[in-house]
Design a protein around this ligand. Sequence first.
Ligand code: AMP
Length: 130
Amino acid sequence: MATIFSRIVVGEIPSYKIAEDDKFFAFLDINPLVKGHTLVIPKQEVDYIFDLSDEDLAAMHVFAKKVARAIEKAIPCKRVGASVIGLEVPHAHIHLIPINRESDMLISNPKLKLSQEEFTAIAEAIRAQY
Ligand code: AMP
């Protein structure tokens, strides 16, 4: 059965899309730690990020870099942090998180509750910088 993230890629499940190319897809995390919290995934269905080929792992980070540059421009922050956890959804993903302090990266922090309008505005702002 397709993962929830594969279903997002094909549009079966809605998402606040940021960017895609032939191999990768970026969209807003639905339970964001901060505004602009984005996930980057391979379209290939691989659970563990370190099971990707060297080439795909490298390309995923190059794609994530472009997304991070757009996030930096759209969301005021000191920098964009990147983390990989992957214990919840069995489809490899990099969390890109605009941060101002170390503790902004803590995945155990309470999540923001944003309205549809807020998610839409954030996604548009990041897309405009991509
Ligand atoms: P983890 O696998 O521990 O890295 O966490 C999975 C992340 O995916 C969490 O931050 C969730 O909020 C996020 N997530 C789960 N389902 C969706 C979805 N349908 N759209 C966007 N983000 C999601």
